[in-house]
Write a protein that binds this ligand. Structure first.
Ligand code: PPE
Length: 305
């Protein structure tokens, strides 16, 4: 996807011009995948730009770093401030935000510990990941022949750059097969997630999503949708799912910061149908919350004054 550039990027504590936010080719992370990141969205609201669940994202960022023995050198509050500064510097009404912490230049070899930690925060305008049409029409997805890694190999719970090599395999395969997205199963054959989204199934008005213990990222959109669904009176279950649960579902949808809430129209060519009523209700409620139109979820928004 072509990148829409803006003026500034926050890099190691300073706001620098976009073109100057560069690294050396012997940056450790480039060779060994030693990096963790976040994806956050800032939405346009009636009271100006508001960042969706910023604290939760930065806390997950800190947890990802901790699991890789990486000291970020900034507190969650520092990072939250830095995000706001970056959005203000770029005068963006709405954007996608990408914090990244990586092992930088100065040592080679697999051991990341001797390499310095660098932190950047970039933001840019990014339309909904799977396309505007997808939000209404839904997407066709296929079960990938690639498996989700087990919890003892590049753990799915860590939002690490290295994890996305596996996602890339699945994404390339899905694209070659004409699918918009891939669904990964774990080694036991249980449904995990998309290459950059969590997955939900609706059956008899019960809403189900795989538990984190099956090997999924603890998605913040996933959590938001679970909260909203319960508030709307739905039963929400975190329960293991197998591929046939997707085939016979009344509705299937995916959630993610970049993708937002996207209906799934078919799985392995089994037609689920266009956006169903439950998906649509949750999608609309999610967007109302993100755009500051539902006072119940005001706590989820961090305003950029
Ligand atoms: N699973 C994976 C593997 C994943 O990458 C994401 C987010 C999610 C679930 C949903 O998590 P959350 O955003 O907290 O609801 N994927 C990010 C990166 C997307 C990209 O391809 O780049 C995102 O949506 O920002």
């Amino acid at each position: 996807m072509a990148l829409e550039t803006v003026d500034y990027i926050w890099m190691d504590g300073k706001t620098v011009p976009w073109a100057d936010a560069t690294v050396h080719v012997l940056t450790h992370a480039l060779h060994y995948g030693s990096a963790v990141f976040e994806g956050i969205r800032c939405y346009a609201t009636a009271e100006g730009p508001a960042i969706f669940r910023l604290r939760e994202h930065m806390e997950r960022f800190e947890r990802s770093a901790k699991m890789l023995y990486m000291d970020l050198g900034y507190s969650v509050d520092d990072l939250m401030q830095a995000v706001k500064e970056t959005i203000r510097a770029n005068e963006l009404p709405a954007c996608y935000i990408r914090p990244l912490a990586f092992r930088g230049y100065g040592s080679m070899g697999v051991d990341p510990i001797p390499a310095p930690v660098q932190v950047i925060i970039a933001c840019w305008p990014w339309d909904t990941y799977l396309g505007q049409d997808a939000l209404q029409e839904g997407v066709d997805v296929g079960i990938s022949s690639w498996r989700q890694r087990g919890i003892n190999a590049t753990p799915p719970a860590i939002k690490s750059s290295a994890s996305y090599l596996n996602s890339a395999f699945a994404k390339i395969e899905a694209n070659k097969h004409g699918y918009a997205e891939a669904i990964l199963l774990n080694e036991e054959g249980r449904v995990c997630e998309g290459t950059g989204e969590n997955i939900f199934v609706v059956r008899d008005r019960a809403i189900m999503t795989p538990p984190v213990s099956d090997g999924v990222l603890e998605g913040i959109t996933r959590d938001s949708v679970m909260v909203i669904a319960r508030d709307l009176g739905y039963d929400v279950l975190e329960t293991s799912l197998v591929r046939t649960d997707l085939y016979i579902a009344d509705e299937v949808f995916m959630t993610g910061t970049a993708a937002e809430v996207v209906p799934v129209r078919s799985v392995d060519h089994h037609v689920i149908g266009r956006s169903g009523p439950v998906t649509l209700e949750l999608q609309q409620a999610f967007f109302r919350a993100a755009r500051g139109e539902d006072p119940r979820y005001e706590d989820w928004l961090d305003r950029v004054e």
